[in-house]
Ligand binder design. Structure first.
Ligand code: PLP
Length: 400
């Protein structure tokens, strides 16, 4: 309709949600669909976090709060940054919002002018380019190669920077690839950025705690301390604490930016849910012992899925260091035909046929601005993953 704004018309709907919806529709029609599309843990929020929320309700913590977060939460976040990342942020340098997504959106709304460019290494999380557009800026996606494990190289960064570049986004561990930047890789990117003082860095560390096999997580403000004044270090409780529905994300950054983001919130969302904020205090300050068993489960699932996919014709899959996704290349399926006669010309065709014929929901790489790939979430139990992989294998072997 012409009543839709120009800025919204430039935005694509969330492709991951489209797949989830298609799977839901098939399921509603009585089909036994296995969903490997969604990006959320299958674990339940730990009990001590739930208890803190119940206590907050009973204590009457049910009013409006400070727009960008209560002081006890900002203090817990400062302590977290110090403890995990050796970063010294003060509460004035902390923003809390209703999820990690609004943190990023607020930062863009607060800073982007028409024609300002944001460098988005691809494959990228679906929302980055669209949020840039929604905020009036121009996303510049930079295709990153499987040979660099889908990571931005210093040469690519250097080449992508223009006088109009306002931000570069880094996401490690990555959604959709699970790849992680090492401290050395971040240092090398930081060396490039040092020569371009007009460029700010938005680092999305949402999956920080989900790294495996002794991989050491690092974030750019930690390894390049001189960049801290132009870095927004974003994180949240959604993934590590299985709290996607609670809607709490946060960031540390320069005070001018944090203030500007609070101004955006003050005229849009207002504060994040008061009860969820108290739950997040308990999450950050409390025991993290639950994480060990969760990570053990994720590693087992990842290893199973990677091995299974690599044994199938037409798919090849790297072993990612983090998050809970694998991102196989499906080039070997392109050009083939399914038993029901669908011709697979793109990874969207592959994902559609997998859903319709094998009843497994995955997201095509095209949604993440790279192709031909598939993103499978392994945040589901091993039995389900075994059934899903058996179905995908039958599908892969049936292509002609
Ligand atoms: N950043 C990345 C890389 C994500 O994968 C997600 C969730 O899918 C988010 C941010 C958003 O997190 P939240 O649910 O807290 O808004």
């Amino acid at each position: 309709s012409t009543r839709i704004s120009d800025s919204l018309s430039r935005v694509a709907p969330s492709a991951t949600m489209a797949v989830t919806q298609a799977a839901r529709d098939l399921r509603a029609a009585g089909v036994d669909v296995i969903g490997l599309g969604a990006g959320e843990p299958d674990f339940d929020t730990p009990d001590h976090i739930k208890a803190a929320a119940i206590k907050a309700i009973k204590d009457g913590e049910t009013n409006y709060t400070n727009v960008d977060g209560i002081m006890p939460l900002k203090e817990a976040i400062c302590a977290k940054f110090k403890r995990d990342n050796h970063l010294d942020y003060t509460p004035e340098q902390i923003s809390v919002a209703p999820g990690g997504k609004p943190i990023i959106y607020n930062a863009f709304v607060a800073t982007l002018n028409t024609d300002d460019e944001v460098i988005v290494p691809a494959p990228c999380w679906v929302s980055y380019p669209e949020m840039v557009r929604l905020a009036g800026g121009t996303p510049v996606t930079v295709p990153c190669d499987a040979s660099s494990r889908f990571k931005l190289t210093p040469a690519q960064l250097s080449e992508a920077i223009t006088p109009k570049t306002k931000w570069v986004i880094l996401n490690s561990p990555s959604n959709p690839t699970g790849s992680c930047y090492t401290a050395d890789e971040l240092t090398a990117l930081g060396d490039v950025l040092r020569a371009h003082p007009h460029v700010m860095v938005l680092t999305d560390d949402m999956y920080e705690h989900l790294v495996y096999d002794d991989f050491e997580f690092a974030t750019i403000a930690q390894v390049c301390p001189t960049l801290i004044h132009r870095t927004l270090t974003m994180n949240g409780v959604s993934k590590a604490y299985a709290m996607t529905g609670w809607r709490i994300g946060y960031a540390g950054g320069p005070e001018w930016l944090i203030k500007a983001m609070a101004k955006v919130m003050s005229q849009s969302t207002s504060n994040p849910c008061s009860i969820s904020q108290w739950a997040a205090v308990a999450a950050l300050n409390g025991s993290h012992d639950f994480l060990g068993p969760w990570k053990d489960a994720y590693v087992k699932r990842r290893n199973f899925v990677v091995t299974a996919l690599n044994a199938m014709p037409g798919l090849s899959c790297q072993t990612p260091e983090g998050a809970f996704y694998v991102y196989p290349d499906c080039a070997g399926m392109i050009g083939k035909t399914t038993p029901e006669g669908a011709v697979l010309e793109t990874d969207i065709d592959v994902a559609t046929a997998l859903l319709n014929e094998a009843h497994v929901a995955v997201v095509p790489g095209t949604a993440f601005h790279s192709a031909p790939n598939l993103r499978l979430s392994y945040a589901t139990d091993l039995e389900t993953l075994k059934t899903a992989c058996a179905r995908i294998k039958d599908f892969a072997e049936s292509l002609i």
